[in-house]
Ligand binder design. Structure first.
Ligand code: GLA
Length: 370
């Protein structure tokens, strides 16, 4: 891919790039819809990434050519939302606390399916952020960049996401997942035992989060936190949620968040103790909770998780990310991965008629120059 974006840059702009950035997607092992409740998440960066070849220019223009989506051009002094993919680029440039003196030219290509719940948008934002720091000669500040990327989504794109995706893409360490406290933004590496492998299970279904029920869920959580008199659902206990006078749907949303927060911390502890069986069990329970209480799964995600978890060597499987469509994730005994992938794909295809893509991934490093 590195050679490919360098070649793409040369043929598109008739010049050589100054540097190349690799910005990975992410898969979340457990802890979904907890980040905007100041809670815990356990994601890892994946091997698939967005690659950006970049060079400064003398004027204040930005020209970004996406291999998949074509050319977008704008002026640094006039960054406005256009409802196009390039809003992730322009929004990040607006929100970064960096003054670029000159514009830049970039050629990018991605291995991350768009709308597939692997954070293609955060990969693009953090890739552009990393490039901007390089262009400005400013020392890389992953947390500041992640917060800028989140503001770009919230305020420029109009997607009220939490901090998980940008933070893991900015800070991931090769070989480990990260237990992230989304209140303190502290990330602790959680090692994955060698005998198990993370497998991404793409259902072949897609969604646009801006149109989904994501915002409704977020608003419901804030409503419950206010009713309970706590700053965020991270501070609520199950007893508080069960005893309060709440709308029954809101109560189920809050039950998911409170349980998922505890399960996420327990999963990280289980992995660190080498207890992949315990971790897998939490992943299965989390899927049920996202399906029944939080109601963000889909028939395709349910079919994938269900089929996967009954295969030999599978310790746990669940939808990952926001939900509604896209990918699930499984923890699988390393010596069973090949058989797991072929059997799950075949049974899923037969059950749903959708074309899945399943692949193992090692936890990769976060965004960086390569
Ligand atoms: C999306 C958002 C994240 C997080 C997940 C659900 O990926 O961007 O902030 O809320 O959904 O866990």
């Amino acid at each position: 891919m590195r050679d490919q974006v360098i070649a793409g840059f040369r043929s598109r702009f008739d010049a050589a790039p100054a540097f190349v950035v690799r910005s990975p997607g992410r898969v979340n092992l457990i802890g979904d819809h907890t980040d905007y409740n100041d809670g815990f998440v356990l994601p890892a960066a994946i091997e698939r990434a967005t690659w950006i070849a970049c060079a400064p220019r003398l004027d204040r223009r930005v020209a970004v050519h996406s291999a998949e989506r074509g050319l977008a051009e704008f002026e640094l002094d006039d960054l406005q939302p256009t409802s196009e993919w390039s809003d992730y680029v322009a929004g990040t440039l607006v929100e970064l606390d960096i003054d670029l003196e000159h514009g830049f030219t970039a050629y990018l290509a991605t291995e991350i399916a768009v709308g597939g719940a692997l954070s293609s948008s955060a990969a693009l934002e953090m890739g552009i952020a990393r490039a901007a720091y390089e262009l400005a000669g400013t020392p890389w500040d992953p947390v500041a960049a992640a917060l800028a990327g989140q503001r770009a989504e919230n305020d420029f794109v109009g997607m009220p996401c939490g901090i998980m995706d940008q933070l893991i893409v900015a800070t991931a360490q090769e070989g480990a997942a990260s237990l992230i406290d989304c209140r303190s933004l502290e990330a602790t590496p959680a090692s994955i035992p060698d005998e198990v492998t993370v497998v991404v299970l793409d259902t072949g279904t897609r969604r646009r989060l801006v149109d989904s029920g994501y915002e409704d869920r977020r608003v419901a959580c804030e409503r419950v936190a206010a009713a309970l008199g706590v700053p965020a659902l991270r501070d609520a206990t199950l007893d508080m949620v069960m005893e309060a006078n709440l709308d029954e749907v809101d109560r189920r949303r809050a039950i998911h968040v409170v349980r998922e927060n505890a399960a996420t911390q327990e999963t990280a502890a289980a992995l660190d103790a080498g207890d992949a069986v315990g971790a897998g069990r939490h992943m299965n329970t989390s899927h049920t909770s996202l399906r029944d209480d939080y109601e963000v799964s889909s028939p395709a995600l349910d079919a994938m998780a269900e089929i996967a978890r009954h295969r030999k060597g599978c310790l746990g499987a669940r939808m990952t990310g926001a939900g509604f469509a896209g990918c699930a994730v499984a923890l699988v005994a390393t010596d069973r991965v090949d058989q797991f992938v072929s059997e799950t794909a075949e049974l899923y295809r037969a059950a749903t008629g959708n074309q899945p893509t399943l692949y193992p991934t090692a936890p990769s490093a976060g965004v960086g120059l390569v």
